[in-house]
Ligand binder design. Sequence first.
Ligand SMILES: *Cc1c(COP(=O)(O)O)cnc(C)c1O
Length: 383
Amino acid sequence: MSKVPSFDYLEQYAEIEPEIDVAIKRVLNSGRLVLGQEVVAFENEFSDWLLRGGSRSRSDDGVAAYSVGVNSGTDALLVALMALGLGRGDEVITVANTAVPTVSAIGAAGAVAKFCDVDADTCLMDLAKLDACITSKTRAIIPVHLFGNVVDVPKIRTLIEGRDIKIIEDCAQCHGAKLDGVFAGTMGDVGAFSFYPTKNLGAYGDAGLCITSDLELAEVMRSIRMYGFTDRQYSVRSGINSRLDELQAAILRVKLNKLDSYIVNRRVIADLYLGDLHPSIQVVRPLPGVQHAYHQFVVKLRNRDAVKQRLEQVGIATAIHYPWPLHTMSGFSHLNYTGGELPVTEASANQILSLPIYPEMSSTKVEQVCSAINQIVEDLGDK
Ligand SMILES: *Cc1c(COP(=O)(O)O)cnc(C)c1O
């Protein structure tokens, strides 16, 4: 039996190598390596892609999207928080079952993270528990579209109506996901994307992007990503260095052209899993109205660790996103949680398992994973 990796960029690179090589040469021969025409072109193309894919377009109802390329998904969150004026003493509500950087960015902005528990079926922020997390210090909410599933951002808007609270969508895992026909990333005040190599749209290094429909806010983010400069190298606000380089932008332009087909492939693979997995295996599912982008295909298992180990023995790599809820890690002890505050998040962390999924994965490999896991679950009696 062949091995099944959980991520491997080489198979995809082999398919697009000639185009990537042309893009890299074009940049190196251009005489410009940072924040040049490739970055501008990628920003515009990404904005167009998001609007085209949604139910609205620039011309329809005047909705526009302004993209600001930055150095990582973490920085996209940080730049958004800084641009929205978040700082010392402000509270930002998010979830504890996310990548560490969601909360690193909140800390880097000087704000304090507060955690909302999640829903057991979707692993997304439980909006029924959100109101209880809001205090007079709450200035922003960061819903995380975990696994490529989508949080109901319009519902959050309704819940916070009349209060001065901003919404920054963590879109690191949801490129291509939609709610009621609208792309995740275009529903909050800012969408913060990561193009880390493993993501649905991955660079060959670090890259990220902020997107907003507010032109003024976009200009502030553009300034913050480079020392707080205006276009005259004159600093008008606190900024950082979070530039997107030309090589990554040129690579991302090649891959953006193929993103729709990559997402279609992910959905096809997910459908195969849904059809072939033993019916007793609980799948983390999207809400109604969501078109899942399947960055991860996640199941919940009572004997998770044993299943993971046995899959490994037959050459099938799986992952856990994420093994430690953030509030239980010593790096976040200053947030003053003791554990036990987020029962659903904590219970899920012991059950979730991410099965291999990537656009080039063959149906034979999916069947191989399904028959292995079905057999293991049967053996272990995990029903
Ligand atoms: C990957 C990821 C990030 C951070 O992106 P980087 O580009 O690695 O900085 C933030 N949030 C989530 C949910 C992620 O998966």
